[in-house]
Ligand binder design. Sequence first.
Ligand code: BMP
Length: 263
Amino acid sequence: MASKKKYGERVENFSNKAARELLSLIEHKKTNLSLALDVTTKREFLEIADKAGPYICLLKTHVDILVDFDQDFIEQLKELRTKHEFMIFEDRKFADIGNTVKHQYSKGIYKISEWADITNAHPLPGDGIVSGLKEVGLVLGRGLLLLAEMSSKGSLATGAYTEAAVEMARRHKDFVVGFIAGRKLISDDDKEDFIVMSPGVGLDVSTDGLGQQYRTPRNVILESGSDIIIVGRGIYGSDKDVAVEAQRYRDAGWKAYLERLAN
Ligand code: BMP
């Protein structure tokens, strides 16, 4: 069952700072759209982020695909964050033991924990991955998503694996704020809440030829009870007007949410 609660009403369900901030932001900006910005140069990235900024709640990054990543990129990203009021989600998909991910999260070139409000991890290695990331992120007010499902064809994250991801999240509610999944994974309960973000969202095509599978915002938000649509190439793909497409997905996502509340 999809949540009938407004985003703003769910703030009190979370102790985590990033989760509380994100739900409040969605409520007042009236957008449940996250842009997945997978371009490989700073210039392209910053231009697109500036155009889409007014319509999104969360900017999803893969900073390791930028050919010219540097500290200036982070400074400019933070400026856009303030200008447009969105939060940042580095889609790092950590997948190692706790001690290693702790370093990967805070050190190296990217120093993800310094600028990303939210990041994510595969539950595959067991609870240690969450504990390691939590040692770094919790004091900074960061939040973590677990990849409970994936949108790609043939994904192994199904059934018992997905259920184990939910159990892992339940053991770390202060830091794990939700899931990457195609649907709401827990039944409605006043006592617990997780934010579900769904990638693989597109209005015009159903696949990308490399295993990605697209569903519509309506399907994801209204029928499957997810909270945030993650859209990439549907917005910035070739021949797209970024502002027009971002607005189109923002409107579709919000309409589906309003319908869910009214149903
Ligand atoms: P696009 O809308 O262009 O297909 O982009 C989807 C984005 O979501 C990519 O950044 C990809 O890494 C991410 N993603 C996904 O597609 N499926 C998943 O299950 C998990 C993801 O993080």
